[in-house]
Design a binder for this molecule. Structure first.
Ligand code: PHE
Ligand code: NA
Length: 446
């Protein structure tokens, strides 16, 4: 990467790019099913607390490092560390992050492929007149068909790697600009409509009346991991975007805006989905298929429901597309740093992710009962360990770097929030975010 990178065209473009990375399957697919598996309100409360205490401050730390270094993550880390008289081995943190997002992309692409399948089905009107049980049966049949799933996984990954090969700033910015608001609007309508259904009351009660005894160390680990995952924090992926952030833009304000948007998207999706769950007497702990079997039902009541459902899956795909681009970027940047051309790097990453993704595809058929670690099959493993262990570990190290290693003048300038804002941020990171992450990690592992 060049010494002097081009900046994002405007402050708004930077926020939209980070939003594009943040809003994705994490909000609409993962949030509802993890919340469902962890009992609802207690999980939700912890998740919001972790977004505020960990996700947000560490997000600022991560972007701040990129902004101070103005290079690719590995180069920024090594440059800033040596300048401050610390070891250039800090750069391996960038590689660890790239490995983390690599693992994440391997299942992200597969699940995005499920969205492609549902987009096509909804355009065909396949869900018209179907109830949750028959949609669920159709979904199970799809999961049991590795060929169809592989096709969609391949298609999605090709779409992603083509954009990545073309470079960061092109297309991406404009795409985000246009489409995020529409997805948000559609979710608002859906949640608004849910308020008129019989499942709405029970869904709200289930989501917002926490039972404190349900806050076990495992629930805390899941909630913490999801806070990092949903904000795209902990893998140095946002660090890469920080390098393009314009001068004179308050980082806390930008990050807070993204977090608010990200959390509200998840909440709206959760309200819409759990209203269906309770109206239909379904199990909230349905698992990874939850979004897919509930949303067709949610849309079915609306006038022109099939049309809105198709539009929804289209927009969801675009949201996961921008997230995937962000997931692929660190690996590609790393390979570029090792001398490969951008197109070559994108091809290498694409093929490798595709191969590893096949293991996730097969986790619903041939490899369903092959437990690689902790009694989990490959899909369960990659959807759990990288988001819930690797991201928090990476995030804690990023936080240590920004709040302890980086010279104060550099951090102060890159945060761009004045001396008081800086003190508040650094105190939070030093004495809340870092210790809390470690405590939750350790108690969960024990
Ligand atoms: N934040 C994205 C989502 O919620 C996932 C992601 C994680 C993207 C890590 C980039 C890095 O869908
Ligand atoms: Na998200």
């Amino acid at each position: 990467m060049n010494e002097t990178l081009e900046r994002w065209s405007s402050r708004r473009a930077f926020i939209l790019a980070v939003t594009g990375a943040a809003v994705g399957l994490g909000n609409i697919w993962r949030f509802p099913y993890i919340t469902g598996e962890n009992g609802g309100a207690a999980f939700l409360l912890l998740y919001v607390a972790f977004v505020l205490l960990l996700g947000l401050p560490v997000m600022m730390a991560e972007i701040l490092i990129g902004r101070a270094g103005r290079r690719s993550p590995m180069q920024s880390l090594s440059h800033l560390a040596t300048q401050a008289g610390h070891s250039r081995h800090w750069r391996w943190l960038g590689l660890f992050g790239a490995f983390t997002v690599f693992c994440i992309l391997s299942f992200y692409s597969v699940v995005s492929g499920w969205s492609i399948e549902f987009l096509v089905s909804s355009i065909n009107g396949d869900f018209v007149g179907q109830d949750a049980a028959s949609i669920g049966a159709g979904f199970d049949a799809f999961l049991a068909d590795p060929a169809r799933m592989t096709f969609n996984h391949t298609l999605f990954l090709v779409m992603t790697m083509l954009v990545v090969a073309a470079g960061v700033t092109k297309g991406l910015e404009r795409l985000n600009n246009m489409l995020m608001p529409l997805l948000y609007l559609l979710l608002l309508v859906l949640a608004g409509h849910a308020a008129t259904t019989s499942g709405f009351g029970p869904a709200l009660a289930w989501l917002f009346t926490p039972d404190l005894s349900a806050m076990t160390p495992m629930v805390m680990i899941h909630a913490m991991g999801h806070a990092f995952f949903t904000l795209a924090v902990g893998a140095c992926a946002l660090m890469a975007y920080g390098a393009y952030m314009p001068d004179h833009q308050s980082l806390p304000r930008a990050a807070a805006g993204v977090a608010v948007l990200d959390v509200t998207v998840a909440l709206l999706a959760g309200i819409a989905i759990f209203s269906v769950v309770f109206a239909q007497g379904m199990d909230p702990a349905e698992g990874p298929g939850l979004m897919f079997v509930t949303l067709p039902v949610a849309f079915a009541d609306l006038p022109f429901g099939a049309f809105w459902l198709s539009l929804f899956f289209l927009l969801l795909l675009l949201a996961t597309w921008t997230s995937s681009i962000n997931l692929a970027e660190p690996m590609v940047a790393t390979l570029q740093g090792w001398g490969l051309g951008r197109g070559q790097a994108a091809a290498v990453v694409g093929v490798t992710v595709w191969l590893v993704g096949l293991l996730s595809v097969l986790s619903f058929s041939t490899l369903a009962d092959v437990h690689v670690l902790f009694g989990m099959n490959v899909f369960e493993l990659v959807t759990t360990v990288p988001p819930e262990i690797f991201l928090p570990v990476g995030g804690a190290l990023i936080a240590v770097f920004a709040a302890w290693v980086l010279p104060e003048v550099e951090a102060l300038r890159a945060l761009d929030a004045g001396p008081t804002g800086f003190r508040v941020w650094r105190t939070t990171v030093r004495w809340v975010s870092i210790p809390l992450t470690l405590v939750v990690l350790i108690s969960g592992l024990i």
